[in-house]
Design a protein around this ligand. Structure first.
Ligand SMILES: Cc1cc2nc3c(=O)[nH]c(=O)nc-3n(C[C@H](O)[C@H](O)[C@H](O)COP(=O)(O)O)c2cc1C
Ligand code: SF4
Length: 430
């Protein structure tokens, strides 16, 4: 199902013609929406406070909308809201805008251009769950916009709960839910793996929700479940922000609908800038897939399932035929191994060993595939967080898709004509 044009680029130079109301319609290119502009565009935030019955009804509306998390795991948001609402006192809502993945830009763009929508969602989540504080943990690049927005709201006496802004710690694992909670509570941004909603180690019970999820929540509170369901598919309703990078004409952030063809997604970004060989779908914990097989498929968990992929954190990277998929995967594996929070043996030693084997193969050596596959199995489920699991998924898909390339390398050859380095492996300057 489609809502008007259905999809839009959210990068400033392309932001014209947005469907209304969407996540980022209308504001001047590159400039954060002021509170005044935000209210003119979306109307006021409906109060979600009131009787227990009303709050239950509104959480039911989120469930009817079918909103799922946009931070990677697509977990149903209503289930998390209900769990926190039934937790003991002094609950906290945390908006996760860490965006530790260097290839992703959607949360920075959203926080920079529509900070009020995210804050509305966090405040509504606090009201729905009885939380006494909302904390926006933002990528440093969006910190000024979010602080300005919170200042405007404070001066206008707009929010019923205190809203705190915190610049995120950097690093891939700093965005994991328990790491964000630790950071918000004044500790190191290190995963502990303990489900945040249960508290533990002196934590308040917390709801950690990706900032895009909260922006959708803010719109569902205004327009209802059926409005949200007018985009996307029955099983995966709503829109999704997608970061397109690699060999596309216009890399950037686009608002897409689950169910549209992957080829359509590429068209949003102006089409491929070189013949595509493979796509990495879902981010650095995602899945490599052959371009020819994935382009006709719908961009949704159901549509991508024949290739074992899913939209994940909404990152789609296009690898051109001139690049070496093995070298690219080795770079990603090294980056992810380096990003380990250094607490769990299988993560620290296993990811390093996997990255080393891939680096050797990329440099022209033989890759001991059975050994790498065994290591991938060994690290899965063995960390306090899912960092090793996500890394193993991505590497396992590379072994399938780049099998021919791995064979070439073992004979001292490589099909690439361009040097490696398509996907970013350092955090961009803030
Ligand atoms: C290593 C690691 C890094 C993560 N980084 C992020 C991140 O930067 N932003 C994010 O929203 N979720 C991230 N997540 C997922 C969070 O743990 C959590 O599932 C998410 O914030 C929940 O929000 P959602 O239900 O709205 O998706 C990460 C998970 C792992 C295992
Ligand atoms: S699995 Fe890795 S990233 Fe996660 S807590 Fe353990 S060492 Fe840190």
């Amino acid at each position: 199902m489609s809502r008007g044009p259905g999809s839009q680029c959210l990068l400033p130079r392309l932001s014209a013609g947005a469907p209304s109301p969407g996540l980022l319609p209308g504001q001047a290119p590159g400039r954060p929406a002021s509170l005044h502009e935000h209210l003119a565009l979306h109307g006021g935030r409906p109060s979600c406070d009131g009787s227990l019955q009303r709050r239950r009804h509104l959480i039911g509306e989120v469930e009817r909308a079918g909103l799922t998390g946009r931070g990677g795991a697509a977990f149903p948001t209503a289930v998390k809201l209900r769990a926190l609402a039934s937790a003991p006192h002094a609950r906290v809502v945390i908006a996760n805008g860490v965006e530790g993945e260097p290839g992703s830009a959607k949360d920075k763009v959203l926080l920079t251009l529509a900070p009020h929508l995210v804050i509305d969602g966090a405040v509504s989540a606090a009201e729905l769950t009885g939380a006494t504080e909302a904390v926006i943990v933002t990528h440093p690049a969006a910190c000024a916009a979010v602080r300005r927005a919170v200042g405007e709201r404070r001066r206008a006496g707009y929010d019923p709960v205190p809203v705190r802004v915190l610049a995120a710690a950097r690093g891939f694992t700093a965005g994991e839910a328990s790491a964000v909670l630790n950071w918000a509570e004044g500790n190191g941004a290190v995963p502990t793996g303990r489900p945040p909603r249960l508290g533990g180690r002196g934590h308040r019970p917390a709801l950690v929700q990706n900032v895009e999820t909260l922006a959708h929540l803010a719109l569902i509170m205004r327009h209802g479940a059926s409005w949200f369901r007018s985009a996307g598919t029955l099983a995966e309703p709503g829109t999704i922000l997608v970061t397109m990078l690699g060999a596309v004409q216009r890399p950037g952030v686009y608002q897409a609908e689950p169910g549209m063809r992957v080829s359509g997604l590429l068209q949003l970004a102006g089409g491929a800038s070189a013949e595509p060989a493979a796509l990495l779908i879902g981010g650095y914990f995602g899945t490599w897939v052959p371009a020819a097989e994935v382009l006709p498929l719908p961009f949704s968990a159901a549509g991508l399932s024949p290739l074992g992929a899913r939209p994940g954190a909404g990152v789609v990277a296009v690898l051109p035929a001139a690049a070496c998929g093995l070298a690219e995967t080795a770079r990603l594996a090294r980056y992810l191994a380096r990003s380990s929070a250094g607490q769990c043996g299988p993560c620290v030693f296993g990811l390093d060993a996997i990255a080393r084997e891939l680096e050797q193969a990329a440099a022209g050596g033989r890759c001991d595939l059975p050994r790498v596959r065994r290591w991938l199995r060994d690290v899965t489920g063995r960390g306090a967080c899912r960092h090793p699991d996500g890394t193993a998924l991505m590497v396992a898909s590379a072994l399938r898709v780049f099998h021919r390339e791995i064979g070439l390398h073992s004979r001292g050859r490589c099909s690439a004509t361009a040097s490696a380095g398509i996907l970013p492996v350092t955090d961009p300057p803030s």
